[in-house]
Ligand binder design. Structure first.
Ligand code: GLN
Length: 483
């Protein structure tokens, strides 16, 4: 794993390179690589150059933090004042918010440099990147494969060294699964640890912003920089005043293994995780078997709740307030219908309809209410498991990166592939995906480390043991910015 942020930060603070120079390097690399990779959908180079100048001033004045002057990227569903924020949807074509998301405001105040907005599945609905109106990003490890999704552009940008780090969002795995497909680190914090203000909502009770990086060290730095209570997000909560300390201390750590997480997972992926578990045991951790039968319910619960919340959240896109408006209409109703018909893609429409259906009278009790009750069961069984162990180890996905186009003909299989990531969102837990070997095609495998609520620091420190001992290797891809 590469400590990209601290390496760059040292160079910046020692004066070996200025942020303006470093930013130009990233800009040249993006110009050279992005037409092929399609990781970025909106380039914000003017903003980046202005940010870099401000960062160099901060460094000179001795006001720098670890992220000052370091170039990064935001997923296209994170609001940036005056800069395109389109959720990779036609319905938000040309939309520029009038305010910054809290995460961006926090990073900007620390002198971060915004290179652009990265590609994603439309409104974060997907597991491949392919529902983006701009076309899918390519997996830098193997261009015939998808990046995963929905934060696929961020994973590709980090993997190909076109950004030092990326912020993504994770509603049902959208940070962790693309991180696993592209061989990088993806961290989904506890629900509420990072403000969602300015994150264009998909499933508000599930959505969480988090970092995608080339190391656990970098993930912890970014997490510390963006977390904390925010008055603008009523679901945000105070987090520890201490910085996250990484020691890789796993002596006596109880690693829970729940067989339910491994159901139907190919032996290749299981084997890679078994190897990792053995290495942790050698390091002094202890394996505990736990059972979480409700994990089997998680996928159905997720798709009902996520679609229900999406159908409500996406009601605001009416052609009046944001982005795209159909041009030929006879009345306001006709304008709204045409705008939504033309503006939303197929997957988004499918989910709005599913969500509207499960919320409609007559079906509410049978679907939505039941899903909410079962959500509690998943949550409480996971909490019970954490009475017996400190962390859970599980696959990030039951598969490695799909071939391009796979999801088109395999919609249900694609939904099913979210089986390992969604439980964490349902229960609001923190989880990290770290690279854990490769499959027979040389594609990265990902492993999740899951913790109980607000044990984000423990999750990061457990993952750091793998970084410290060379057990986890991020993908090495030619091109991009060399450190
Ligand atoms: N693949 C999942 C979905 O399509 C998760 C997406 C996400 O986390 N945004 O809903």
């Amino acid at each position: 794993m590469r400590k990209v942020i601290s390496t760059l930060s040292e160079k910046l603070q020692s004066g070996e390179i200025t942020s303006v120079q470093l930013t130009e390097k990233y800009i040249s690399a993006i110009e050279a690589q992005n037409p092929r990779l399609n990781a970025y959908v909106h380039l914000t180079f003017d903003e980046a150059r202005a940010n870099a100048q401000a960062a160099d001033k901060m460094i000179k004045e001795g006001k720098a933090t670890a992220l000052t002057g370091v170039p990064f990227t935001l997923k296209d569903n994170i609001a940036t004042d005056g800069l395109f924020t389109t959720c990779c949807s036609k319905i938000l074509q040309g939309f520029k918010p009038y305010y910054d998301a809290t995460v961006w405001a926090k990073l900007k105040a620390q002198g971060a440099v915004l290179l652009g907005k990265t590609n994603m599945d439309e409104f974060a609905m997907g597991s491949t990147g392919e529902t983006s109106v701009y076309g899918a990003p390519l997996n830098p490890v193997d261009n015939t494969r998808v990046t995963g999704g929905s934060s696929g552009g961020g994973a590709a940008a980090v993997c190909a060294n076109l950004a030092a780090y990326a912020l993504g969002s994770d509603t049902g795995g959208s940070i962790r699964q693309p991180a696993s497909f592209c061989g990088v680190v993806g961290f989904k914090p506890t629900y509420g640890a990072v403000s969602r203000y300015g994150l264009l909502a998909y499933g508000s009770s599930l959505d969480q912003i988090g970092p995608m990086t080339q190391s656990v060290t970098d993930a912890a730095i970014v997490y510390d920089a963006i977390r904390g209570e925010d008055k603008a997000d009523g679901t945000s909560v105070p987090t520890s005043a201490q910085k996250t300390v990484l020691k890789g201390d796993i002596k006596g750590l109880k690693i829970g293994i729940s067989e339910e997480y491994f159901d139907g997972v190919p032996t290749e992926i299981k084997g890679a995780i078994d190897n990792m578990i053995s290495a942790y045991e050698k390091g002094g951790a202890q394996v505990v078997r736990v059972s979480i039968p409700a994990l089997k319910l998680a996928l159905s619960v997720y798709y009902i709740i996520a679609c229900a919340e999406a159908s409500s959240n996406l009601g605001r896109y009416d052609g009046i307030r944001y982005g795209y408006r159909a041009s030929n209409y006879t009345s306001v109703d006709d304008m709204i219908t045409k705008t939504r018909t033309e503006g939303f893609g197929k997957e988004v429409k499918k989910r709005i309809m599913l969500g509207t259906y499960v919320l409609s009278s007559g079906y509410f009790d049978a679907y939505y209410k039941k899903a909410c009750l079962l959500r509690k069961t998943v949550e409480s069984q996971m909490a019970e498991a954490f009475e017996k162990c400190d962390v859970l180890f599980a696959p990030t996905a039951p598969n490695t990166a799909f071939k391009q186009g796979y999801s088109g003909g395999n919609a249900v299989e694609t939904y099913l592939s979210d089986v390992c990531t969604v439980p964490v969102n349902i229960a609001g837990l923190p989880a990290i995906s770290i690279p854990c070997g490769k499959d027979k095609n040389g594609l990265p495998i990902g492993m999740q480390i899951i913790g109980k609520k607000f044990s984000d620091a423990l999750v990061l420190d457990t993952a750091y043991f793998a970084e410290l001992n060379g057990l986890s290797k991020t993908a090495e891809v030619e091109g991009g910015v060399k450190l």
